[in-house]
Design a protein around this ligand. Structure first.
Ligand SMILES: [Zn+2]
Length: 186
């Protein structure tokens, strides 16, 4: 790792999340014609294991999307090279990949929040929306199609039946998330 290499840290990534979410909402509305305001985002440590990890979660009836902070830290810090990333197109840097990952997870959880609670249906819609909004070789499309392992071969998503109950006391709220609802309530 070059000392001059500017690594995106979690703090910077959190600041980017509200903008990424606005884009998610625009893109989903564009493709599905549906939208929802009033959601918040919390980061919580959901761990990471050889069985796989959870990128995020949304509880039906709730208003908070949760993202796995540990997974973000691991993906930001992973030492894998970019050589296999997007072979046919320009070389992507880690920052772009992790931002695409955040977009991908937020889009997936947002689609759950729109009422598509079934996991298989949600993944299918996530793939469809991604394919309509981004080029075939874009990291968001590739992640929706192949999963996180496409970019991070040592990591994969936990199986569908994997159960996890987050410690709600340790949820860190992301500031400025879902501006539409902030405006609405002002
Ligand atoms: Zn899901």
């Amino acid at each position: 790792m070059e000392p001059s290499n500017i690594m995106m840290d979690l703090r910077k990534l959190k600041q980017a999340m509200p903008d990424i979410f606005e884009q998610v909402k625009r893109d989903v509305k564009h493709v599905l014609g549906r939208q929802r305001a009033g959601l918040s985002l919390g980061l919580v440590d959901m761990g990471i294991s050889s069985r796989g990890f959870i990128g995020g979660m949304f509880f039906s009836g709730g208003t908070m999307i949760l993202m796995n902070r540990r997974a973000l830290q691991v993906l930001l810090a992973t030492g894998e090279t970019a050589s296999r990333w997007n072979k046919n197109a320009r070389q992507l840097d880690r920052e772009e990949i992790v931002e695409a990952y955040v977009y991908h997870v937020l889009q997936h959880e947002y689609i759950h929040a729109l009422g598509f609670l079934d996991e298989g249906t949600c993944r299918k819609i996530t793939r469809e929306v991604s394919r309509k909004v981004f080029p075939e070789d874009h990291p968001v499309t590739l992640m929706a199609k192949h999963g996180i392992g496409y970019f991070f071969p040592r990591h994969r998503y936990a199986p569908v039946e994997y159960q996890f109950t987050p410690d709600t006391r340790s949820i860190e709220l992301v500031k400025g998330f879902d501006r539409s609802s902030t405006v609405y309530y002002m």
